[in-house]
Design a protein around this ligand. Sequence first.
Ligand SMILES: NC(=O)c1ccc[n+]([C@@H]2O[C@H](COP(=O)([O-])OP(=O)(O)OC[C@H]3O[C@@H](n4cnc5c(N)ncnc54)[C@H](OP(=O)(O)O)[C@@H]3O)[C@@H](O)[C@H]2O)c1
Length: 374
Amino acid sequence: MIRRIALHAAKFRVARIALFSTIAFGATIASAQDELTIRQYQFEPLEGRYTLVMKEVPRPVAGDHDVLVRVRATSLNRRDLNMLHNDYGDDASYAGGIPLSDGAGEVIAVGDAVTRFAVGDRVAGIFFEQWIDGPPSEAALLSDRGGNAGGMLSEVIATHEDSLVAIPDHLSYEEAATLPCAAVTAWVGLFKRGRIEPGQYVLLEGTGGVSIFGLLFADALGAKPIITSSRDEKLQRAVEMGAVGTANYRANPDWQLAVKEATGGHGVDQVLDVGGRDTLAKALEILAYGGHIALIGGLSGYGSEIPTDAIMWINATTSGVYVGSREDFEAMNAFISEHRVRPLIDRVFPFEEAPDAYEFMENGDFMGKIVIRL
Ligand SMILES: NC(=O)c1ccc[n+]([C@@H]2O[C@H](COP(=O)([O-])OP(=O)(O)OC[C@H]3O[C@@H](n4cnc5c(N)ncnc54)[C@H](OP(=O)(O)O)[C@@H]3O)[C@@H](O)[C@H]2O)c1
């Protein structure tokens, strides 16, 4: 019910904008560069799913507590593809909403009451507009950008000053745009919930956004990342990035045994489980005493036959992780700055080709993150 109300509010915000023109998936609007209008993509229903439609709309105006951000880059997460397929595990309608939770840009105007940011600051949006710190509330979890709240695939957005963070100085806008969802999720799973320590073995499943951030963070800390993939060339690249062990989960159905062997029989101390149904029980099978599994994703579907007594016998812990708060994002940024962590970007698409970025993700031939430059 609350989800519905929040959704209606989000749609109302978009509906207030008088649309000047509409153009179909993949095409472009030649000019929206004057002072009065901007270009943005919106979800449009199409045969039971959604398509992306670029629209030219009035430039947003900053309210008293709002910041106007000229978005310079956005990035994709699996969620964004699921939303396009109308397969995000809820009954919400995204029609008319602006896609993508992740983006970074430059502050170009601030409302009269704004104190946290000034014109010229480099910022990124937080995933949940209203989850600032502490445990989440239902309202906070209903403020997900690019879903219930407006997203970042827009040349300019107006957003509350509390819903932004400063980005690390050494990162470009493209790099910073990859942080809000996948990086914060990996950070919370390893550091906040898992209390990872140097020297621990960390299992990462596949070479997508969350897992590659897990690899980068574990390596920067001095932990020992072990990663799986369906492609040997991606595993080779992961070794160059710091993985101490690898397994091809497609070629080897018992990949978990190869992972355990890579730990010298110790087992893995930390797991970022993004695979779900096909991976969770296998990860538990090779979890070290006192190990931690962060329950994050369902790339193979959700729901697993889990021997819960096994969690008890080895004094393991499991945590559900749904991204994190602004406080988590800021703690992660401090670590990223201290260790000069640089996200892995596979490919950058221009704004006009945003639908191609989604198709590229769908094809699966990427490592790390896919970015759209505005
Ligand atoms: N709970 C949260 O807060 C949260 C946040 C972010 C993401 N997620 C979820 O976590 C999952 C990963 O998200 P993402 O954005 O990192 O995805 P992504 O970037 O799209 O990663 C996809 C990669 O995962 C690997 N993969 C696919 N199926 C797999 C399987 N059955 N077992 C192991 N690996 C598999 C593949 O890597 P190879 O090509 O190397 O085989 C694929 O390229 C998704 O289910 C997503 O919805 C949850």
